[in-house]
Design a protein around this ligand. Structure first.
Ligand code: GDP
Ligand code: MG
Length: 166
């Protein structure tokens, strides 16, 4: 199995850390050129039976409304529709407006995975349940995986959930 995976999320949630941790030393190519014109490939992870191609998606402006903003959002939505799986990264316990603004741009829920990052910073792991329930009410992600990109926790679980949807 082989497929394209986009890692999305508001600034500072740990997207770069996660992408590096997932691809890490197994990085085989990094290219600024796209396979399709829409995507910049950030890294490829090849395992026994799967190949994950992590791609970058265009950034978008959320601060201002108007035609330009709507056009940019269309570009992002289209780019996200072109990948097989979208991983929306959020920070454990820290939901914000920036996270919410991405939800309407996500493709069908069955191709979206919620990665709740920085769980190493949580004092009470029980708090995650209420946090995740609130997000799932807004967008029913196909899978939810608490991870720590920095501490390399549960990344194999995340890869497993992605692989199931390639
Ligand atoms: P991005 O803007 O979404 O790409 O976020 P970065 O990957 O640049 O990470 C933002 C900050 O969060 C950096 O200081 C990271 O070291 C930190 N960070 C990322 N993942 C984790 C994590 O799992 N645990 C902790 N404690 N910090 C993290
Ligand atoms: Mg980054």
């Amino acid at each position: 199995r082989c497929g394209f995976v986009a890692i999305v999320g508001r600034p500072n949630v740990g997207k770069s850390t996660l992408t590096n941790a997932l691809v890490g030393t197994k990085l085989s190519i990094v290219s600024r050129k796209a396979q399709t014109t829409r995507h910049r490939i950030q890294g490829v992870l090849t395992r026994d039976t799967e190949q994950f191609v992590f791609v970058d998606t265009p950034g978008f402006q959320t601060r201002h409304g108007g035609a330009m903003n709507r056009m940019m959002n269309r570009v992002v939505t289209q780019a996200l529709a072109d990948v097989d799986v979208v991983v929306h990264v959020v920070e454990a316990g820290k939901w914000s407006e920036g996270d919410a603004k991405l939800l309407p741009l996500l493709p069908a829920p069955e191709r979206t995975i919620l990665a709740v990052n920085k769980v190493d910073l949580l004092k009470q792991r029980n708090d995650l349940f209420a946090y995740v329930s609130r997000i799932m009410a807004l967008h029913p992600f196909a899978a939810v995986v608490p991870v720590s990109a920095a501490k390399d926790k549960q990344l194999d679980v995340l890869l497993g959930e992605i692989a199931q949807r390639l």
